[in-house]
Design a protein around this ligand. Structure first.
Ligand code: NCD
Length: 304
């Protein structure tokens, strides 16, 4: 698949057909990794992270290196010329001169969207504040497809901080494009899915603040952490942290074939006792993210 000349800024930027091609390519790479190990030789990926990250940054790094390419960039803007007062616009124009693809995470919503107009190499949004996290969505779609063999006709529960959780914002919009999906949004009242998202969804959506009773007919349960860093005050965070904790005991309410997903990092919302349950797939999801990012890099660079 060829995505040259494009950027990835929102989880709905690619067509349904393009998403299926990416999923199939990710699957093919996962099954035959050595066939792809030199495909990006001589290519450079720039990775610019203005916010903390473990999985997104390292899985992109690992993806590019497993394709034989190399990686430049920073995980802390204070070690770049940002600390000398350079504008991010100048940084991105400079970095474009050195690289073939740029991956960026920034705390300000829509910052990658604005910067993408300045460059012609692909820019990948690796998270823009509380707004979107499209590459996590690609990893999530691949994971759901691996276990459910479909992306339609599924009942998906989203639990936790649905107000600030960008992975939920991106995934719910993406899943809304498939037939007959329905959503159960489980959150405290002050952390509900923003209305500008819920009002634009075509699928059925139920809101609840009860995890146990919402769990019984879900095909997918997507747990999230409370996004401490996005709260206006520590006091407000303290009031809603720990609202939902999934334990092994509570899983007795769930279907035998539910999959428990989490973009990670987890804080306390999934008890470690759940990790041993075959329905818990969050570490497989993290691995799927690497293969999906390999597929994405190859497609953006027009290599196959
Ligand atoms: C998420 C993120 O950064 O939005 N993590 C990730 O990229 N896998 C989720 C989170 O931080 O809670």
């Amino acid at each position: 698949m060829h995505l040259e000349g494009r950027h990835l800024l929102n989880s709905t930027d690619f067509s349904i057909e393009e998403l299926f091609s990416l999923i199939h390519l990710a699957q093919e790479i996962a099954e035959n990794p050595t066939d792809y190990s030199q495909t990006c030789r001589g290519k450079v990926m720039a990775s610019l992270f203005y916010e903390p990250s473990t999985r997104t940054r390292l899985s992109f790094d690992a993806a590019m290196k497993r394709l034989g390419g190399s990686v430049i960039g920073f995980s802390d803007p204070d070690i770049s010329s940002h600390s000398k007062g350079e504008s991010i616009e100048d940084t991105i124009r400079t970095v474009e001169c050195y690289s073939d693809i740029i991956v960026m995470r920034h705390p300000e919503p829509f910052k990658p969207h604005k910067l993408s107009t300045l460059i012609s190499n692909p820019l990948v949004n690796a998270g823009d504040g509380p707004n979107q996290h499209p590459t996590q969505t690609l990893a999530d779609l691949f994971t759901i497809f691996m276990y459910k063999k479909k992306l339609s006709n599924l009942k998906i529960g989203f639990c936790g901080d649905l107000k600030y959780g960008r992975t939920v914002h991106s995934l719910i919009k993406a899943m809304d494009r498939y037939e007959d999906n329905s959503f159960v949004c489980i959150s405290p009242d002050n952390l509900k899915l923003p209305e500008e998202i819920s009002k634009n969804l075509a699928s059925q959506l139920i809101e609840s603040n009860q995890l146990e009773e919402s769990m019984k007919d879900l095909d997918v349960l997507y747990m999230t952490r409370t996004q401490k860093e996005r709260f206006p005050s520590v006091q407000e965070y303290e009031r809603c942290k720990g609202s939902y904790i999934l334990s092994h005991e509570k899983l007795r309410f769930a279907k035998e074939d539910v999959i428990i997903m989490h973009p990670l990092p987890r804080v306390d919302e999934i008890h470690e006792s759940v990790d041993r349950d075959k329905r818990a797939v969050y570490f497989q999801q993290a691995k799927a993210g690497m293969y999906m990012r390999m597929a994405l890099i190859l497609s953006f660079l027009g290599i196959q």
